[in-house]
Ligand binder design. Sequence first.
Ligand code: THG
Length: 290
Amino acid sequence: MILIGESINVMAKTIGPALKERNPRPIQELAKAEVETGVDYLDVNIGPARKAGDELMEWVVKTVQEVTDKPLSLDTTNLVAMEAGLKEHKGKALINSISPTRAEEGLSLVTKYNASMIGLLWGKEGMPRDAAERAVLAVDLIYKANQMGIPNEDIWIDPIATPVSVEINQVKACVEFMSMLQDIAPGCKSTVGLSNISNGTPANLRPWLNRTYMIMLMKYGLYSAIVDAFDSDLIKIARGEKPELVDLVHRIMDGEKPDPSSLTEEEVKYVKTVRVLTGESLYSHSWLEI
Ligand code: THG
C-alpha cells in the first residue's frame, strides 16, 4: 500500500505557528521523522490559507523538499495557493483534494501540472448518506476528469472516513463503497484519511481503530491511506508484515466467530474492534474492556 504521512498540518500544535512564522526547522524535522518511518508521500495541509496562501504554499513545498525527495500531497481549498505549490513541486504531486461540485478549476490544475488527484466524495449537499450516493458522486467526478484527459490511474478516490463515535452507518458505507469501486471505475485508485475514524477517541485507543479500519478496507483493495506515520504497527500491517492479523480480521468480517481462548490478547483487541466497526457492537470509549 501507498502511505501518506498526515502530520504536516496547520492544525498541529507545532506546525501551525511554524507555518505562520515561516520557521522551517519544526516542519523539516517532522518531515524527516515521517520519511524515516517509510511513508511514500507527505501530506502538506495549510488549510484555507486565505491570506497570502500562494506565498505560503510555495514556501512550505520548498522547505519540505529541501529535506526529502518524497512527493507531496498538497492540501488547501485555496486554488491559487495550490497552483503556487504545484509550480514549486519537484516530481509528480498529488492534489488533495478535488470534489465533484465545481471540479473544473481543480481538474485543470491536474492536467496542467501532470499531477495525480484525490477525488473527495463530498457533494452539493455535503456528506453523501450511503454507499450509493458515494457511487453517484464518484461516477460524476471520474467522468469529468476523464473528459479533461485525466486517466483513471491518476485518480485516487476518497469515500470519506468519519468518526466511529458519530455515525456507524457512515463507517460501514465507506467500506461498502470500497467494495464497489473497481466495478464503478476500473483502474481508479483509492485513499482514505484513516485517523478520521478515531477522531474524538482517547489518544491511546486511536491506533486500534485506525489499524483495524485499514485492514477492513484492505479486504477490498484499498490502494493508499493518509496515516499517522508514527504508528509503527500500522506501518507494518500496511507493508504486509502481519499477514495472520489481516487474515483474522477478514475472517471476522466474513462472519467467523473464533473462540477467544484460542486468540492472543492482541488478537482479541482486533476482534473486538472489528465488531465495533462493522456495527455489531456499540461504540463506547471502553469497547476494548467489555
Ligand atoms: N481525506 C483527505 N485528506 C484529509 C483527510 C481525509 N486530510 C486531513 C485529514 N483527513 C487527514 N489528516 C489528519 C491529520 C491529523 C489528524 C487526523 C487526520 C489528527 N491529529 C491529531 C489530533 O488532532 O488530535 C494530532 C494533531 C497534533 O499533532 O497536534 O488526528 O479524510 N483526502
